[in-house]
Design a protein around this ligand. Structure first.
Ligand code: NAP
Length: 257
């Protein structure tokens, strides 16, 4: 895979905390003009202040990506304000665990609206812009949890699996046009999403390290960008395990609370 030109304009959703915030700081440090998107405007404003204070360039837009029209309009606004759109990172997402016996329809709908429809709307809106530019990188942040269902995470795993398949489909369609599509599949990263988890989270990274590795590896626009290596391998292996073995191991791991 050849190295690509570093992006000069980057839109990142879910930039008010965690991985998205660290990505905004990392891309600004690398010289890109960044548009940071999330719902909490005060957090976005302080992020932009921090970036500009260190010589970087960042602007922000408050948007609930669960509203697909609002997400699409924010993407178009980013292109107008930044002057181009070299990279769009659909990172906004919500977590949450619930045993099947406790699931709420409203919570399921919200997770699908943000993690699936929000990410899809963000990326779909960027496609005509990038096709007109004849260049661009579309990036979605799914999860290693999308490779196989896990206890108490049926909706989350399903939302990330849906996003991964969507990204693969985009890549099939857009490869011939020269647009790059990457599915980022993190393992555990220390952010507000994982703070609430009470189960073991092996090989956890901090968000700045995750952002550095993502930005480094995106230079080669891989189809899948998974980390850390031990969990990448274990989850790849788990896909080949018979259901009964996978269910038994994952139930045992989640009961170690
Ligand atoms: N941390 C992990 O271990 C891990 C592992 C695998 C995958 N991921 C994925 O990585 C992504 C980032 O998560 P994180 O760990 O960095 O968690 P986080 O710190 O909670 O960040 C989530 C971000 O998404 C934004 N967001 C949530 N709902 C939104 C909405 N409706 N519209 C716009 N923005 C919204 C939040 O901002 P506002 O609240 O301000 O809107 C926040 O900036 C998620 O997609 C997550 O599923 C995380």
């Amino acid at each position: 895979m050849a190295k690509r030109r570093a992006p000069t304009t980057v839109l990142i959703t879910g930039a008010s905390s965690g991985i998205g915030r660290a990505l905004a700081i990392e891309y600004a440090r690398r010289g890109a003009r960044v548009m940071a998107v999330a719902r909490r405007e005060a957090e976005l404003a302080s992020l932009c202040e921090q970036i500009t204070a260190t010589g970087g360039s960042a602007t922000h837009a408050a948007c609930d990506v669960a509203d697909p029209e609002a997400a699409a309009e924010t993407v178009r606004r980013a292109e107008r304000e930044l002057g181009s759109l070299d990279m769009v990172i659909a990172n906004a997402g919500i977590g949450g665990v619930a045993h099947a016996s406790q699931m709420q329809v409203a919570a399921m709908a919200r997770m699908i609206d943000v993690n699936v429809r929000g990410a899809m709307a963000t990326l779909i809106a960027a496609i005509p812009i990038m096709l007109a530019q004849k260049a661009g990188q579309l990036v979605g942040v799914s999860s290693l949890a999308g490779r196989r269902a896990l206890p108490t995470s049926a909706v989350y795993s399903a939302s990330k699996a849906a996003l991964s398949v969507f990204l693969e489909g985009l890549r099939i369609d857009l490869d011939p046009s020269g647009l790059a599509v990457t599915d980022v599949q993190p393992g555990f990263v220390d952010t507000p999403i994982t703070e609430k988890n009470e189960f073991p989270m092996p090989f956890m990274w901090d968000a700045p390290k995750a952002a550095r590795v993502i930005a480094d590896r995106l230079q080669k626009a891989p189809r899948i960008l998974a980390f850390p290596l031990p969990l990448d391998w274990l989850t790849a292996l788990s896909r080949h395990l018979p259901y009964a073995v996978h269910a038994s191991i994952s139930r045992r791991m989640s009961s170690q609370r």
